[in-house]
Design a protein around this ligand. Sequence first.
Ligand code: BGC
Length: 840
Amino acid sequence: MSDSVSHSVSDSVSRSVSRRSALRLVGGAIAVAAAATAGVAVPSHAAARARQGPGAGPRVESLIGKLTLDEKISLLHGATDPKSLGQAGYVPGVPRLKIPPLRLADGPAGVRVTARATALPAPVLLASAFDPALARRYGQVIGREGRALRQDVLLSPMVNLIRTPYAGRNFETFGEDPLLAADLVAAEIKGIQGEGLIATVKHFALNNQEKDRMSIDVRADERTMHETELRGFEAAVAAGTGAVMGAYNKVNGTFACENKTLLGDILRDQWGFDGWVMTDWFAQHSTAAALAAGLDMEMPDDAYFGAALKKAVRNGSVPEAQVDRSVRRILGVMDRFGLLGKSVPPRPGRDPKAGAAVALEVAKAGATLLRNAHRTLPLTGRAARDIAVIGPTGRYPFVSGGGSAHVVPDRADSPLDAIRARAGHGADVTYALGEDLYGKAVPRRALSPGFDPEGQRVAAGKEWTYEGTLTPAEPDEWTLVIHYSGERPKVELDGTELYPTLPGVGEYFSGGLVSTAPDGLNVRRATLRLTAAGHRLRIKAKGGEKGQTFRLRRVTGATRAADVDRAVRAARGAHSVILFAYEDATEGQDRTSVALPGHQEHLIRAVTAANPRTTVVLNTSSATSMPWLERTAAVLQMYYPGQEGAAGTAAVLFGDCDPGGRLTQSFPVDDDHHPMAGDPRRYPGVDGVEEYSEGIHVGYRWYDAEGVRPLFPFGHGLSYTTFDYRDPAVRRSGRGLDVSFTVRNTGRRDGVTVAQVYLGPSPDLELAQAERALGGYRRIALRAGERRRVTVHVDGRALSAWDVERHGWVRGTGRRTLQVGTSAGDLILSATTVVKGAGS
Ligand code: BGC
C-alpha cells in the first residue's frame, strides 16, 4: 500500500488544480441569479444582534476601526496560499494588525490536505451507529488533526439529507432522517470545535443531488424545508458552528449564496446565527445582492468580493457598513476561537494512533448486517478456516469516496490480508479478482507498430505520439483502460477521443477506488466493440512539469469470462465465500441506478450458484438493489470504511464484535420503487427546476405514505444475538415525553441493539403528517442474558409540526401512538399517550 499512498499525495495536488478549472467552466455557464426570492416567508423574531454580526466585543470593534477598506475586503474572499498544504481555501489575514491567515480544509471523513491524515469511515457509516457520543469523538479526531495540520477551518460536516438514492454525495452525509442528522451534526461539531478547529456546516441548503448542482432551482415549501432539510442546519447553529457554507443550487428561484430568506430570515433572524457564511467553491453569482442577503466570504477567489466589491463601496452602491458587518462576523468567530489574542492556542501534534483507534471503532459500530440466513455469520469452524475471498475491494481497500471528501490515509490494509490474519495459521484463504477494474496488458501483437503498453514514460517537457493500428485477435467488446500520472494522455480510436473531459465533472470529480489504480495512477475506461479488421489508434502524451507515466490496458469479454470462471472455481473449492462488491460514488455526479455497477450482479449469481455459503460485503455509497439477495447467505454493508476498514470488516465477519450499525436510509427494491421514481420533476428536475413535491415525506415517511415496501427499511440491521423488548410506558417529561421499556439480550452472545421510538401523527393537526417519524433512539450494548430498563426521551420539537400561518412550530396535541422497535419495519411495542398543549 505504501506506493499507492505516497502517489495519491501528489495526485491530489494535481486534482485540485484541474478541479478549479473544471468548476470555473461550469460556473461560467451559469446565468447570474435573479435577486428576488420566491416562496418562503419567515418572520424575524429575534437576533438583530445576529444580523449585525456578533457585536463581537471590543477587540473586534477596535480592529474594524483600524482596518483599511482593502484590508477588510481581503478578509472576505479566498486567495492563493504561499504555504499551502493542499487545502481547499485560504484567507491571508492582516499581518499589520496581527490578524492571522485562515486555512480551510475539507472534509467530512477526515482532514483533506496533501499530507496524510486519519481517513475515517464515511459519515454514512458513522451515522449507522446511531450514537451521538461516537460522532463527537469522530469530530474530535478531525478537530485535533486539522489544527495539527495547520488548518483553522474545517469544511464539514455535511448535513444535507439523503433524499434520492442516486445522489453522488450520500456517503458524505448522515441519512434520511432529520432528527438523527440533527443529533449527529450537533455532536460532531462540538467534537471538532472543542479541539479549536472552526466547523462549517454545509451545504445550506437543499443540496440533495449532484445532477445540475451548480444551477438547479430547488422548489420546496416552507413547511417541508423546516421539517426536513433545515433541521440539521438549525441544530448545527444551536451547537455553535462557526461557519456555514452556502450551496451551489438555487432555492425557490434564488441562488442559495444570495438567498435572503435562507441567509437572513432563517439563519440570522430565526436561528440567531452569528458566525459567517461562505460560498461553496465558485458558487457566488453577484456582489451587492450576495452581500446584502447575508453572504460574508467568497471562496476560493475574489471574482465578486474583490475589486468588484471595492468599486461598489467606492461608488456608493454598497454601504461600507455591510462590509463591516461581514468582517465583524468573521473576526467575531476568530476571536471566539482565540485566534486574535496575544497568546494564540498552540497547535497540537497529530495522534495517528488515537485517530486509527476511532476509525476502527466507527467501522465496527457502523457495520450493518442486512441479511444473515442460517446464522452464516459470524464465521466459525470450517467456515472460518476455508475461505475464498472474491472481488476487487477484497484485495484493494476501498478507503474513502471521491471528490472533496477524499482523504490521503495514514495507511490502509488489504481486507484479504486482514481476513488471512484473522483466520490464522493453517487456514486456507484463497483469492480471485472476479471483476477486473484495472485491466490486463494489451498483447503486443495487437499493436502495430508495437510499443510497450505496460509502462510508457514521457520525460518532463517532452511529448510522445503514437499512431498505429489496434487489432484484436477476434471481434469482442473491449474496455480500454488507461492508467496515467500527470496530464491525461489524449487517446483516439478511429478518430474518436476515448477519454474526453466529463462535462460538468472535470478531472477532479472522479471516484475514489475505481478511478485510482492500486499503485496510485489515475484510471479512465472506455468500452467499445472492436472488430478483427483493426482500428486506428492515436495516443498523444505530454511530459508536463514532472514527466508522465501511462499504461494502456484492456478488459475484454474473454478476460471478463475468465475472471468469473476463476472466481467460480475459487468459490467451489472453499467452504465459505466472502465476496466484496463495490460502487464508486463521488461529488459532481449522481449514480444512474441503484444496481451494482459493472458486471457484479452476474458475478454474484455465478459465485452463489457455485457456493451458497456466500457473504456479500458491500463497499457502496448508499442504497443498492439486490435482485440476488435470496441467493446469498449473508450481506454486510460496510460503505466506505476508512483506513481501518479491513480490520473492522474482519472483526465483524469473525464475530470479534457484534455488527453495530443500522440503516439510516431506506433501501428500495429497484429503480422503480422509491420516492423519486417515475417523477422527473422530483428528480432529477425538469427545465432546471426540481420540486420537493414529496413534501415532508422524505425517506421512510414516503414508503409508509405510499404503502411501498422497501428492500430494507430505515433502521434495519441485524445482530448476532437476539433481544426481547417489553413493558412500554410513556410519561410526560418537560415539553416532551419519556418512553421507557425493558430490553433483554436473549441470546448467548454479547450484542448491540438500537432501540427506535417512532411517533404517530397528532389528531389535532390538520396537516398531512408522517404515519410514523423517529422521535428518539438509543444504542444499547447488552451482555448475553443481560436486561435493562431503558428510557428514550422524545423532545418537544419531535412532537411539533411547522405551521405556515404562524411561521413557527406548533405542538401536535391529542392522543398519539408511540411504537418501539428495531427498524421502521419492525415495530415491537406500542403505547399511546395524550399530548397536551405546551402550557398545560
Ligand atoms: C464542495 C464542497 C467542498 C468544496 C471545497 C466543493 O466542490 O461542494 O463540499 O467543501 O468544494 O473543496
